[in-house]
Write a protein that binds this ligand. Structure first.
Ligand code: 0WK
Ligand code: 0WK
Ligand code: BGC
Ligand code: BGC
Length: 916
């Protein structure tokens, strides 16, 4: 249907000029130039020279400043939205992600594997995708309908790709609209752009809307870690292969750019260190009139007929959603003025959207014919020229925008010689054959000193979104890891509390004979050695892991000449946890073997017996075992006198005889052995398989002796709940799965028997939560006791490189990444640090009690120490000492590691029982 337009005076003039030219000569070339001239006259305002482009660049720079500053952001047209993306890819990203790419011309659901494992070449990414159309009624429907459509598409994709719906999948979400993001996984929609006008979502958190929709759809479990703008995702995608890529630009149905800005310039986000990617939302440049002098009548008309008049002015001059329309309006006007198609105007030409951006990219005769226009060759050339000018302007404007961003980065880095890469995506850039070349040329012309590389994002933005999610996942798991680790961190106040509770428990234990957590067991050792000890003694030492028999020969007043021979016997688990008779028969057998080895089977030696378990004693050579601790639970021992049981076993063996004159706790033995070296030694600590302290208590209420060595059995602190506020769920698990649940709570937080197991449980729970070892719970990790405490000491040693730590973990059947290994090291550190601090708090309570017993302001005292944890762990002893000194500032405490162990102490006590 053609109509002849009533021509205005102006166009009549043009029409006459043209027909007289046509009548004068038939040279098409001339006609063509004429047409060009006409078009140029029409569109002269769209032809921007460098001066104008630099002007636009300067205006944009001013707008960027406004958007970045907290004061002027609210009023700024260009919103400069912080994205919470703080770094471009560093090559460690990995993982398997589902991704949604919503907002460009195509809505896609994707599965992305980033250097996951087999089959993906190093640094490679594997992508599977499917495009889902978005029906118009959804584009203009309600928010819930849009996200229901999105989540149903996601479900369909998972079904089609056989992705396990039961597994929790990390989901990366590219959402290409202006959103305010308080965090990486939140996005409050500011307004719709392009052809989206969905109701009920503006001002809403679209990530939350997506979560709700996924819940409504059901049958899948997603963890949305990050929502990113398509520019940001494009920058990350290109940054994966080019480390200089710090700018992302989309020239598609919409347009926008982002770049890495210095954090101290981003007022809306806390912090000054480092960088953050900012989505400029430059599409809104001009919304406040900044570009009015560059706006043409056609731009005004496109804006007026758009779904968001007055908004996205810059976008409407640049992006694919509008270029076609601009060309149509110019062609329509020139046709109406008779300058094209002999003034014929068709309904198709009048109809909005009939000329698309794709048409602009390749304006051909057929397109005009499809609009029922029978274009002449000249018409075609003219319309092509119009298209060129319109898309030329688009690329020029983008170049001006990029020049502004690069100038800002130059200033941020205080360098003119900028070497930078720009990641690009979008159908306009990808499908307009001349567009990329033009854009690159103009940018380089505007900033000749910059080395600008343009990289087309081959695989779309979702790879970038997955990378952001991989970083977010790592950071999130890191945060959760840190939170777990923080639960093992003790504050100064908590340590003071533990000291006070230990002090109260020491007091309570001394007072009553009744049940008390800290039993304060009398040792019937009233004094420390004074060097007068002499003679040969046998010492037996049943500790946490080994049994030692030793022969000690003291020389009066010549401590250093003490002769000592010993032999260590491993205690098999089945003996530890067999019958009491078997245990003591085993001990007697070892003693027999040692005496044999020493050729002293026929000598009835006086013996001291170090027995490292809580015993009620009524004399030095009687000891009723109260309860087993550590790994022991031999039957028919608790409640029995273990000195008698050893004597019985020796009798049963009938090979040799001993005169057991003393049984002491290993702490008491250690105190004696260290006091033999340093008379100031009044306290002894065992930090080994078990944990315990004894000290010379001078404030005894009953009995004749005012001073006696008390075996505190501080391992029991917390058995009545006094430590529940510092015990973590992992600690409770270790206690409940131990052979003495509810017992020895303080010991289970501080000693070698348990630290490794706490570490294993923490690693297990982190792995179950997917925060470690990629969530793979190996058999090894499920095996109680596999993480021996000795590994802690090795892993925490500063001398070991990550690779060596890796081999220790491999030795335990645990395969981990570098990040995993760092986490394991941190978990070990957190747990051993807490153990050392708790022992330090307990020790501070003991030495402060002695100081107050003596009514002193300042106390100088030595603490004898033994135990593999104290002796072998790289940091335990230092942290324990620091904590003791900090919590007992009025005590100068010297820690004296015991050389010969507590066996020598037992022999000394045996010697003490002898007449001098
Ligand atoms: C492809 C990206 C997508 C982005 C689109 C923009 O994967 O995230 O939104 O480019 O180009 P358009 O499709 O709008 O032309
Ligand atoms: C060596 C002592 C022994 C004590 C042991 C504790 O001689 O009495 O039981 O230290 O350390 P562990 O072997 O439990 O690490
Ligand atoms: C949106 C941007 C988006 C751009 C490219 C614009 O309309 O406001 O958020 O990055 O289109 O898709
Ligand atoms: C025992 C103590 C012993 C400590 C160190 C604890 O389990 O109850 O008697 O001193 O371990 O070996």
């Amino acid at each position: 249907m053609q109509t002849h337009i009533q021509k205005g005076p102006h166009s009549q003039l043009l029409h006459q000029l043209r027909s007289s030219l046509l009548s004068l000569c038939s040279d098409s070339h001339l006609i063509c130039i004429y047409n060009f001239f006409q078009v140029d006259r029409f569109l002269h305002k769209m032809r921007l020279n460098d001066e104008q482009l630099n002007d636009i660049s300067a205006r944009f720079q001013a707008e960027m400043k406004k958007g970045l500053s907290a004061e002027s952001n609210a009023a700024a047209a260009v919103k400069m939205l912080p994205t919470h993306v703080r770094s471009t890819p560093d090559g460690t990203e990995k993982g398997q992600f589902l991704a949604l790419d919503l907002g460009g011309s195509k809505f896609k659901v994707l599965q992305i594997k980033v250097r996951e494992d087999q089959g993906i070449r190093k640094g490679g990414v594997e992508i599977e995708e499917k495009t889902y159309p978005i029906p118009n009624e959804v584009l203009n429907g309600r928010g819930t309908e849009l996200f229901d459509h999105v989540s149903e598409s996601l479900k369909d994709f998972m079904h089609e790709k056989n992705i396990n719906p039961k597994k929790k999948h990390p989901l990366a979400f590219t959402f290409s609209f202006p959103c305010e993001q308080p965090t990486l996984d939140q996005g409050f929609l500011l307004e719709w752009t392009k052809d989206f006008s969905v109701r009920g979502l503006q001002g809403k958190d679209v990530v939350d809307s997506l979560r709700q929709a996924i819940k409504r759809t059901g049958g899948m479990d997603m963890e949305i870690l990050a929502m990113v703008n398509d520019t940001v995702a494009t920058m990350m995608t290109c940054g994966f292969d080019d480390k200089n890529c710090e700018v992302g630009v989309i020239i598609g149905s919409g347009t926008n750019a982002c770049y890495m800005e210095q954090l101290n310039h981003v007022d809306l986000v806390e912090g000054d260190e480092g960088q953050m990617c900012v989505s400029t939302e430059w599409g809104a440049l001009g919304d406040d009139g900044t570009l009015d002098d560059y706006i043409t009548e056609f731009d005004r008309e496109v804006d007026a007929c758009s779904i968001n008049p007055g908004k996205q002015i810059f976008e409407k001059m640049v992006s694919g959603m509008y270029l076609g329309e601009l060309v149509r309006l110019v062609v329509l006007k020139m046709a109406k003025l008779g300058l094209l198609f002999d003034g014929r105007v068709t309904n198709a030409l009048r109809t909005k959207g009939t000329i698309t951006t794709a048409h602009v990219a390749a304006m051909e005769e057929e397109i005009l014919e499809s609009l029922n226009l029978s274009p002449s060759a000249d018409d075609c050339i003219a319309v092509q020229h119009i298209s060129t000018i319109v898309s030329f302007r688009s690329s020029n404007l983008v170049a001006a925008g990029l020049a502004a961003i690069l100038t800002r980065i130059q200033k941020n880095r205080n360098t003119r010689e900028l070497r930078i890469t720009i990641g690009v995506d979008g159908t306009v850039y990808k499908t307009h054959p001349q567009y990329p070349k033009r854009l690159h040329k103009v940018v380089r012309r505007l900033l000749p000193e910059c080395h600008v590389r343009f990289v087309l994002s081959e695989s779309g933005s979702s790879k970038g979104a997955a990378l952001v999610s991989a970083v977010a996942q790592r950071l999130a798991s890191r945060k959760r890891q840190v939170r777990t680790l923080n639960s093992f961190k003790l504050s100064w106040e908590q340590l003071q509390l533990v000291k006070a509770r230990m002090r109260a428990a020491l007091q309570a234990g001394l007072k009553t004979d009744g049940p008390s957590e800290v039993k304060m067991l009398p040792s019937f050792v009233y004094r420390t050695p004074d060097g007068s000890e002499h003679g040969k003694y046998l010492a037996l030492d049943l500790g946490g892991t080994n049994f030692r028999a030793m022969l000690v020969n003291f020389k009066k007043g010549l401590q250093q000449n003490t002769k000592l021979y010993h032999k260590i016997y491993k205690i098999p688990l089945e003996i530890m946890q067999g019958t009491g008779e078997e245990l003591f028969d085993y001990l007697a057998q070892c003693v027999g073997d040692f005496l044999d080895y020493m050729g002293m089977k026929n000598t009835r030696l006086p013996a001291g017996f170090t027995f490292s378990f809580p015993c009620e004693q009524t004399a030095l050579d009687t000891a009723t075992l109260l309860s087993w601790t550590k790994g022991f639970k031999a039957t028919n021992c608790e409640g029995h006198d273990v000195v008698d049981m050893l004597r019985e076993a020796i009798k049963r063996r009938d090979e040799f005889d001993l005169d057991i004159v003393a049984l002491v706790n290993d702490t008491v033995g250690t105190l004696m052995s260290c006091a033999y070296e340093d008379p100031q030694c009044q306290v002894a600590l065992i930090a080994g398989t078990g944990s315990n302290v004894c000290y010379m208590e001078e404030d005894l209420r009953d009995g004749d002796e005012k001073k006696m060595c008390i075996n505190t059995e501080w391992g029991g602190l917390g058995d009545d709940g006094t430590l529940d506020d510092i015990m973590t769920s992992d600690d409770t698990e270790v206690d409940q799965n131990s052979i003495n649940p509810g017992k020895q709570r303080f010991e289970k937080l501080t000693s070698g028997m348990y630290l490794g197991e706490i570490v294993r449980r923490v690693l297990l729970n982190l792995t179950i939560r997917g925060l470690l070892f990629k969530g793979y719970v190996s058999e090894a990790l499920k095996t109680p006791g596999i993480f021996e405490t000795k590994y802690l000491s090795q892993i925490e040693s500063d001398r070991l490189a990550l690779l060596q730590v890796r081999s220790i973990l491999q030795h335990m059947g645990l395969e981990g990444t570098c990040v995993d290994i760092i986490t394991v090291k941190e978990v070990c550190g957190a747990i051993s640090r807490r153990a050392a601090q708790l022992c330090g708090a307990g020790m501070a309570a003991v030495v402060d009690k002695i100081r107050e017993n003596r009514g002193l302001d300042r106390l100088n005292i030595t603490v004898g120490v033994d135990g593999t944890l104290y002796k072998l762990h790289p940091h335990f002893s230092r942290i324990l000492q620091e904590t003791t000194r900090a919590l007992a500032p009025q005590c100068d405490v010297t820690f004296l590691p015991s050389e010969e162990g507590s066996g020598k102490g037992a022999a000394l006590i045996a010697a003490l029982t002898r007449d001098p």
